[in-house]
Design a protein around this ligand. Structure first.
Ligand code: OSB
Ligand code: MG
Length: 362
């Protein structure tokens, strides 16, 4: 599906999303939906939509039929045992099981997860602009639209001047953050320290995913909190972040960490470890967005998420109703069933390139 505008980060430009939707069907009339967050090419992480397709169809889906699943929390261990190291592929299947469980109990996914908030505050993630002026203008427009937080993508050479210009434009009352998507190195610590004067709520993932020690070093020099994204793909990663003090905030994306059960575990670890939380995004359609909104309705989330409405990315989303922002927030479908949005089957049909079914039985 084409994005309304190309989205550029330090790891590349996306103008079209090649999407992988997963449905799980209990044979009794209930169907759960989810979306894989992997990109078309590696960059953000090692997984791609094609590696996820291969893993799901060739290896991961079948173990879900190895005896009854009495609840969605039982999915994750079976998936992890079937193929190592593919949290985005696991998450697509696991999150569909959560939607199925909620729908079959005729309740909302948000309430099944323990969510209580009727609305979730929305933040916008602005891609790298062609010029600092263009980014400053986009930030001002986002503030006028009501977004509760503005995040700017940065990379070496497209940072200080841009962030200063945005600050001058929107003022110090706007919650402003930056995201380096791992593009900086330990040689850039002086450059990153210069951001400390700009009142940023956080600096997200400045260094490569594997460099937790580097993040810990940098955090010791900065008063601005570091937020981790790509570095954390499992609860074990988060435990290391806490032990090393590699950051003070976590961008939690269920689609990156193996699914919603893992996300719930990580919420407990974060609360215990003094880590602030928000829900990120991966340029999802309204399906993935619905999972993210359900999770963000939990009381543990302190900060506005990357929870833009459908119109930010899509001319026509694949859900009814599309996600809309009112007063800088999205309404949580607390009554469900499941995700609380219905699938626009006609539009999904229009954009479907291939489909594969995996069935129970020999
Ligand atoms: O780093 O948070 C990120 C999009 C794709 C891949 C990585 C990231 C992002 C975003 C956009 O920042 C978040 C969204 O609005 O979906
Ligand atoms: Mg990020």
């Amino acid at each position: 599906m084409p994005l309304r505008a190309p989205f550029r980060t330090a790891t590349g430009t996306v103008d079209t999303r090649r999407l992988l939707l997963v449905t799980v069907d209990d044979g009794a009339g209930n169907v759960g939906w989810a979306e894989c967050v992997a990109g078309a090419v590696p960059g953000y992480g090692a997984e791609t939509v094609d590696s996820a397709w291969q893993a799901i169809t060739g290896r991961l889906a079948r173990p879900l039929f190895d005896g009854p699943l009495s609840g969605p929390a039982e999915a994750a261990p079976r998936l992890a045992a079937a193929a190592p190291g593919m949290p985005m592929a696991y998450a697509a299947l696991e999150m569909a099981c959560w939607d199925l469980a909620a729908r079959s109990q005729n309740r909302s996914l948000a309430s099944l997860l323990g969510g209580t908030r009727p609305t979730v505050p929305a933040g916008i993630s602005l891609g790298l602009g062609a010029t600092p002026e263009e980014t400053a203008e986009a930030a001002a427009v986002a503030v006028a639209e009501g977004y509760r937080r503005v995040k700017l993508k940065i990379e070496p050479g497209a940072d200080l001047v841009t962030v200063r210009m945005v600050r001058d434009r929107v003022g110090f009352d706007v919650m402003l953050t930056v995201d380096g998507n791992g593009a900086y190195t330990r040689d850039d610590f002086d450059r990153l320290s210069a951001l400390d004067d700009l009142g940023l709520r956080m600096i997200e993932q400045p260094l490569p995913a594997g460099d937790l020690e580097g993040h810990a070093d940098l955090q010791r020099r900065l008063s601005t909190p570091i937020c981790l994204d790509e570095s954390v793909t499992s609860a074990a990663d988060l435990e290391r972040v806490i032990a090393l003090q590699a950051g003070r905030i976590l961008n939690l994306k269920p689609g990156r960490v193996g699914g919603l059960a893992a996300a719930l575990t990580m919420i407990d670890l974060a609360v215990e470890g003094g880590i602030d939380l928000w829900v990120g995004g991966m340029l999802e359609t309204g399906v993935g967005r619905a999972h993210n909104v359900a999770l963000a309705s939990l009381p543990a989330f302190d900060l506005p998420g990357d929870l833009s409405p459908s119109g930010r990315y899509w001319d026509r989303d694949i859900v009814h109703p599309p996600w809309v922002m009112e007063g800088g927030a999205l309404a949580v479908p607390l009554t469900g069933p499941g995700l609380g949005v219905s699938i626009d089957a006609e539009h999904v049909g229009n954009v479907t390139a291939r489909m594969q079914e995996v069935r129970a039985g020999p």
